[in-house]
Design a protein around this ligand. Structure first.
Ligand code: WQD
Length: 347
């Protein structure tokens, strides 16, 4: 039974593409907006291959309000929006702060303007654990005070949450779920879709590209932190678990079970894993020995962050399905598939 039409912004991106698979597998109809500045039609093609159906993508820049409004006029039956479209690299945001503020804030404001103008009552906002900064106590829960954002990227998520809260407060009947992702990794179990970045900065694609020989080696950014082995601690969570949480959040609001107009949820596994431990987990699963060197710390990095995820599990009925080994296994199989594709295109 169709549960209604959902607009996914950034649907040609990593988390957007995986979420479209989960939404459709759970009975929703989906359309995508993606200007393809970071997303790729290869992602959409993979999603269509997995689902065996086509997905419409509107190649529109959300910073252009008129173009965005035209999509809502053409689709008056949209019941919910999942807003992923944003730049998301911690390192890049330190180098290009204005590009991050312009893109990430303008696109959110325009999407909320359209939700109001075209009466779309349910919105899911892609937030991030980076809003916690260097939290004083761990694990972080949704009441943990937000420390100073360590990067412009994290600031755009902190500001984004405030904008969503003010919108929900001023507009009766509109519900918003703020989903704070920890570190999404891995790929769909078919390995037909995964993280698509030519020159990734995120740890897991850097590991898999090093293992497959796309990179000569990699650097561990700092081994002198106050952690159990000196490297940073993160909470890695499989991208399909993240995807399913979006489906659960929409169902939570559509059923009218949400407790407040704007609610925040941590989407993490609850396990803190260091960089060096993740490398070891990858080596165990892949059978590869990784060539890496220890380098200086990276600007913008927090020392450690991992989630208390009980609120999402309790209120959304979210159940984590994938282990750390499965995260490494699917990421590695995806990287190997990419290599096969490249070779087949050469022949
Ligand atoms: C993880 C750790 C690096 C690369 C991510 C996303 C961001 C947000 C939060 C969702 C850090 C170390 C990395 C490398 C390394 N997610 N590292 N060598 O910075 O935690 O942020 O999660 O909203 O969008 O980017 O992820 O994978 O870049 O870094 O040592 O070559 O791995 O220093 O400690 P990060 P990351």
């Amino acid at each position: 039974m169709i549960q209604g039409k959902i607009l996914v912004t950034g649907g040609c991106g990593y988390i957007g593409g995986h979420t479209i698979v989960d939404l459709i597998n759970n009975g929703f109809e989906v359309i995508s907006i993606d200007d393809l500045s970071r997303g790729s039609l290869l992602m959409l093609a993979g999603v269509e291959k997995i689902l065996g159906q086509s997905i419409k993508n509107y190649k529109v820049d959300l910073s252009n309000l008129e173009d965005t409004q035209a999509i809502f006029i053409e689709n008056p039956d949209i019941v919910g929006i999942v807003h992923f479209a944003a730049y998301k690299s911690v390192g890049e945001s330190v180098l290009e702060p204005l590009m991050y503020y312009r893109n990430n804030i303008n696109s959110l404001v325009n999407i909320l303007q359209c939700a109001k103008d075209y009466q779309v009552p349910h919105v899911v906002f892609s937030s991030s654990c980076s809003v916690y900064g260097n939290a004083q106590s761990l694990p972080v829960n949704e009441q943990t005070p937000l420390a100073v954002a360590e990067s412009p990227y994290a600031y755009t998520k902190q500001i984004g949450e405030v904008i969503c809260r003010d919108f929900a407060k001023q507009n009766e009947g509109y519900n918003i779920c703020l989903l704070r992702y920890f570190n999404p990794v891995g790929a769909h179990p078919t390995a037909i879709i995964g993280e698509l970045q030519e020159k990734p900065e995120n740890l897991v694609p850097v590991i898999t590209q090093t293992a497959i020989g796309k990179r000569l080696d990699m650097t561990v950014f700092g081994s002198d932190y106050d952690t159990r082995d000196g490297s940073c601690v993160r909470d890695y969570i499989h991208v399909m678990d993240i995807a399913n949480a979006h489906t659960k959040a929409l169902q939570y609001m559509i059923k009218g079970t949400n407790k407040e107009a704007c609610e925040v949820f941590n989407l993490g596994s609850g396990d803190g894993v260091t960089v060096l431990e993740l490398i070891k987990a990858f080596e165990k699963v892949s059978g590869k020995t990784l060539s890496y060197k220890i380098g200086p710390r990276r600007n913008g990095d927090v020392v450690a962050v991992y989630a208390d995820n009980t609120k999402a599990c309790k209120l959304l009925g979210w159940k984590i399905q994938y282990s750390l080994d499965q995260m490494m296994d699917t990421a590695w199989r995806w990287e190997q598939n990419l290599k096969m594709d490249e070779i087949s295109h050469l022949n």
